[in-house]
Design a protein around this ligand. Structure first.
Ligand code: SF4
Ligand code: SF4
Length: 356
C-alpha cells in the first residue's frame, strides 16, 4: 500500500508521544544481517539461544526480515533517550559498591515504556488509512522481542550509526537510546542511512576490561560483562572475573568512554529516573537480598532477567574484586549457599581477598 505524506505525520506522532528520534528504513535485508549470521555461526552469542531462533527451513529468523515478515515494506524506528543526570561508571571510583547498567535503573521497565509509545503511533497510523484500505494495513511493534536486529534498521532509518562498540550512536543524542520498531505493510519513503562517525577513535576497544570487542564492530558476547552478568547461567569463567570489577548487572564502560556521549543530553521523561538504591548499589545489600526483597525491589524491572541467584553471584565476585577484607564475613556465609554458582564464586572471592 502506498500512501503519500505519511512520513511527516508519523514523525510528528513519534515526537508527540515522547520519542527523541524517528526514522524510516526500507524492509530490505541489509548487508549487516549477513554479519549477524556469521556472528552466530562463530558462537559469539554465547548461551543467548533466542538470538538463534530459526524458521521451519532452519534459517535464522533475525537474519532476514523478508523471510519472517514478507508483507513488510517499511520499518519505522523510534528512539528515546534514557540518560539521567547521574555520573558515568567511569567517574565513580568506589570498589565497595556495585554497578548496574544505566538502562536498568528506571522506574518503569523500558520494554513497557517504549511499547506503550509505539502502540500510540500504531493507532495513529491506523486512523490515517482510509476505511476501505484498513484490511491491507499490517503493523507489528517490537521492543527487543521481535525477529529483527533493531540497530541495523536504526542505521538505515538514519537514527545513528553502529559504533565500533556495536552500539547505535546518534551524533546529537549519543548512545543512551532505547530503540523500538514498527514493521508495516505501508510503502514509506525511507530516510538516508546515518554515516559512520567513529573515525580513527578506538577508545571503547581500549577501555573494555575483558577484551570483548575483538576488533572494531565485532563483539564476543562470551567475554562481555553485560552478557556474563545478565545472561550467563551457572559459574562465570575464572579468567573473566577480575575484569568484571564491580559490575552486577550489565556494563556501560564502552559507552561511558565514547566521545559522542561526553555531551549526551539528559532525558525528559521521569520514568527513566533511577529507583532508590540502584545507582552505585551497596554490594552487601544485593548479596544478602531475600527472595521477597528481590521481588519487591525489581518488580517490573529488566534486572529480573539475571535472577536473584545471578545478582548474588555477581555481588560475590564484585566483593572479591573490591580489595576490602571487611567483606570476608559475608563471603563466608555465601560460601555455604545452596546455589553452587554463588558458593563457588564466594570461595573464589574469599581467596582473592585473603591473598591481599
Ligand atoms: S559492555 Fe563492557 S564488557 Fe561489554 S564490550 Fe562494552 S566495555 Fe566491554
Ligand atoms: S568510543 Fe570511539 S570507536 Fe568506540 S563507538 Fe565511540 S566513537 Fe566509535
Amino acid at each position: 500500500m502506498e500512501i503519500p505524506n505519511f512520513r511527516a505525520t508519523i514523525k510528528s506522532a513519534a515526537a508527540q508521544v515522547g520519542f527523541d528520534l524517528c526514522g524510516i528504513a526500507p524492509a530490505s535485508d541489509a548487508p549487516e544481517l549477513n554479519h549477524f549470521s556469521e556472528w552466530i555461526a562463530a558462537g559469539h552469542a554465547g548461551e543467548m539461544k533466542y538470538l538463534e531462533a530459526r524458521d521451519d527451513a532452519g534459517d535464522l529468523k533475525r537474519a532476514s526480515l523478508a523471510r519472517v515478515a514478507p508483507w513488510a515494506r517499511s520499518v519505522i524506528v523510534c528512539a528515546i533517550n534514557y540518560n539521567t543526570g547521574h555520573p558515568y561508571s567511569t567517574e565513580v571510583k568506589d570498589p565497595n559498591r556495585g554497578w548496574i547498567s544505566r538502562y536498568a535503573w528506571s522506574q518503569e521497565d523500558y520494554h513497557d515504556a517504549v511499547l506503550r509509545r509505539l502502540k500510540l503511533i500504531e493507532d495513529r497510523l491506523r486512523n490515517l488509512v482510509p476505511a476501505e484500505r484498513q484490511a491491507e494495513l499490517i503493523t507489528r511493534a517490537y521492543v527487543d522481542t521481535g525477529p529483527i536486529v533493531e540497530r541495523v534498521f536504526a542505521k538505515y532509518a538514519g537514527i545513528g550509526w553502529i559504533g565500533k562498540n556495536t552500539c547505535l550512536i546518534n551524533q546529537k543524542k549519543g548512545s543512551w537510546l532505547f530503540l523500538g520498531v514498527i514493521l508495516t505493510s505501508l510503502d514509506l519513503e525511507p530516510d538516508l542511512p546515518a554515516p559512520d562517525r567513529c573515525g580513527t577513535c578506538t577508545r571503547c576497544i581500549q577501555a573494555c576490561p575483558t577484551d570483548a570487542i575483538l576488533a572494531p564492530y565485532q563483539l564476543d558476547s562470551n567475554k562481555c560483562i553485560a552478557y556474563l552478568t545478565i545472561e550467563k547461567r551457572g559459574s562465570i569463567p575464572e579468567d573473566l572475573r577480575e575484569g568484571m570489577g564491580r559490575h552486577i548487572f550489565g556494563c556501560d564502560i564502552c559507552q561511558d568512554v565514547c566521545p559522542w556521549n561526553r555531551k549526551a543530553p539528559q532525558t525528559a521523561p521521569t520514568e527513566f529516573e533511577p529507583r532508590a538504591g540502584l545507582v552505585n548499589p551497596a554490594l552487601a545489600w544485593l548479596a544478602e537480598m531475600s527472595e521477597e526483597q528481590f521481588r519487591q525491589t525489581f518488580r517490573r524491572s529488566p534486572i529480573r532477567r539475571a535472577k536473584r541467584s545471578g545478582i548474588r553471584r555477581n555481588a560475590a565476585i564484585a566483593m572479591g574484586n573490591s580489595g576490602d577484607p571487611s567483606f570476608l564475613p559475608v563471603l563466608e556465609q555465601l560460601s555455604a549457599d545452596e546455589e553452587e554458582s554463588i558458593a563457588e564464586s564466594a570461595r573464589w572471592a574469599k581467596e582473592r581477598l585473603q591473598k591481599l
